[in-house]
Design a protein around this ligand. Structure first.
Ligand SMILES: [Zn+2]
Length: 544
């Protein structure tokens, strides 16, 4: 929680203001950037009620609308040709069909049909529609271990679905639907038809406690956008990988469904799980006369998800036709089996920082125009940023630079990571150095190398701009143990740090926006001019 300042005596107030003005000698706007203005945006958009603002979702649409309204209130103008703040990205959404997917169990006790998402789900996404039929065998606990004793699966698996119990992972929640390739290979070799995993007691409890079925497990295809990276040169003598085998039918089932399928009570199933937890072996069971028919089909529909795009005309009538783009992303990740990921640092911190910069620019703006883009679908592969540069409402060769704020509210209060600032233009990095002096932030280059193991260079929205030959930088506080978890909440933000980072970004935007010419491209021999032709430049190092 942020600490409120007591009312300052007026003499101190003059001192503090004096310091602030000195900190941003070039700009009167810098002292307008205050933590107190960013906190409400963080508290609202970073709340769990937004359910992770995944792209596309109704919650993200609401977040986008809020940002656009705030931008308009501050005084930014819409930039899209239709007079709106929204650049809508078309996306094709594929989900498991609730009406055309089923598991049909036929046995001595009669026939039973299980439905998605209440009773089962499947992670097998190709082909678009599949079905399989076979007998049923419970493989015993041997097959569910971390290091299964494969030879224990000695029953005749030919023509059968193999039922196993899932073990929870260390984190207490298993990765939905993942089965090690070694397991499926072995089951296939032994002639099995498919794999039925009974979800762990922990997952069952989480779903039951939240009154949920399985997630809809959307698969997305964004349209009219190219995010493909050129392949790095492959080492000599390495041939293309052999064609992958057809996917192995796999489903996950809830406990009630499993008990019904295996003709046992829930209590008996619980005893099996308990025995497995104690390291005891549950013997394999065969179910003569029982057969399973699994059918999985997919439904497709079109949706849209918005970039929010606003601008502030530059103060110079000639340079107004050139631009600085300040960006962030407002999307995060969808809930998983009842767990919600608020994404306050990632990345409402950047979104709120942009609104603070916009407000400061109402006090003093640069000669060039400034475009503010709150990108969608960053978490889906930087899609919103790719879409923006590929459908830019202004000529991309007129964009001097891109400053990307993504995660700026955590970790070392006096340091910030820069990624990308020294890749295309020496002037961009020089500007950060000069401006950081007044803000008392240390610039840290630990993550700037594309070959750094975390590969952060490729992992946020400055990258599509860089691929377009636009000098871009990611201003980044680094990850925390809360990264992409339920723990990334507003209460953990360091607003003092945010204020400094946002002031620095504002000062750099002013500096870049006021230069006599767009940032010169002087660092990469292949990138001479801005534009789509640079997409062919290989930024990836060949893997070792
Ligand atoms: Zn992010």
């Amino acid at each position: 929680m942020i600490k409120r300042h007591p009312a300052w005596p007026s003499v101190l107030c003059v001192l503090v203001l004096g310091l602030a003005v000195e900190a941003g000698a070039q700009s009167k706007g810098v002292s307008v950037i205050r933590a107190a203005d960013m906190k409400p945006h963080m508290a609202f958009l970073g709340a769990k009620e937004f359910r992770g603002r995944s792209a596309p979702s109704a919650e993200l649409d609401i977040a986008a609308k809020y940002i656009a309204l705030e931008a308009a209130t501050i005084g930014l103008q819409p930039l899209m040709p239709d007079g709106s703040f929204f650049q809508q990205l078309p996306v094709e959404v594929t989900t498991l069909s609730a009406t055309r997917s089923h598991i049909r169990v036929s046995g001595p006790a009669g026939e039973l049909t299980l439905h998605f998402p209440q009773a089962f789900t499947s992670s097998v996404r190709t082909p678009a529609e599949w079905s399989a039929t076979g007998g049923l065998i419970f493989a015993g606990t041997a097959l569910s271990g971390a290091q299964p004793a494969w030879n224990d699966a000695e029953g005749d698996l030919r023509g059968k679905f193999v039922v196993v119990l899932e073990r929870p992972t260390a984190a207490g929640a298993a990765q939905a639907g993942s089965a090690p390739a070694a397991r499926t290979r072995l089951l296939r070799e032994k002639g099995a038809v498919g794999l039925v995993t009974v979800i762990s007691a922990e997952r069952e409890k989480a779903l039951a406690g939240n009154g949920l079925g399985f997630d809809l497990a959307e698969r997305l295809r964004f349209l009219d956008v190219d995010t493909v990276n050129p392949a790095p040169p492959s080492p000599p003598g390495e041939s293309a990988s052999a064609a992958a085998p057809a996917p192995f039918p796999m489903v996950e089932v809830r406990h009630a469904a499993a008990a019904a399928m295996l003709g046992m009570s829930l209590e008996e199933l619980t005893r099996w799980f308990d025995a497995g937890r104690r390291g005891q072996v549950v013997a394999p069971h065969v179910y003569p006369g029982t057969s399973l028919n699994v059918a999985v089909a997919f439904d497709q529909h079109r949706r849209t998800t918005p970039n929010v795009v606003a601008w502030l005309p530059g103060s110079d009538p000639r340079l107004r036709e050139e631009y600085v783009v300040i960006g962030s992303h407002h999307d995060h990740n969808p809930p998983r089996e009842g767990r919600v990921f608020p994404g306050a640092d990632d990345n409402i911190s950047g979104c709120a920082g942009m609104l603070a910069i916009a407000k400061a620019m109402m006090v003093e703006r640069p000669k060039r125009s400034v475009i503010f883009v709150w990108h969608t679908a960053e978490e889906r592969g930087l899609v919103g940023a790719y879409y923006f540069v590929q459908h830019s409402p202004v000529p991309v060769e007129k964009i001097s630079a891109n400053l990307n704020l993504d995660m700026i509210s955590r970790n070392d209060p006096n340091a910030i990571y820069l990624i990308g600032s020294n890749k295309l233009s020496s002037e961009l990095d020089a500007s950060f150095h000069e401006m950081s002096r007044g803000v008392k932030l240390t610039l840290d280059y630990k993550y700037e190398d594309p070959g750094e193991p975390n590969r952060f260079f490729f992992r946020s929205d400055q990258y599509p701009y860089i691929r377009y030959g636009i000098p871009g930088v990611w201003v980044f506080c680094g990850t925390t143990p809360d990264y992409h978890t339920e723990g990334d909440v507003e209460e953990k933000a360091d607003y003092g740090k945010m204020e400094k980072v946002v002031r620095l970004t504002y000062l750099v935007a002013m500096d870049v926006g006021n230069k006599s010419a767009p940032l010169k491209l002087d660092l990469h021999p292949e990138v001479k001019t801005r534009g789509a032709h640079n997409m062919k430049v290989v930024w990836q190092r060949p893997r070792q």
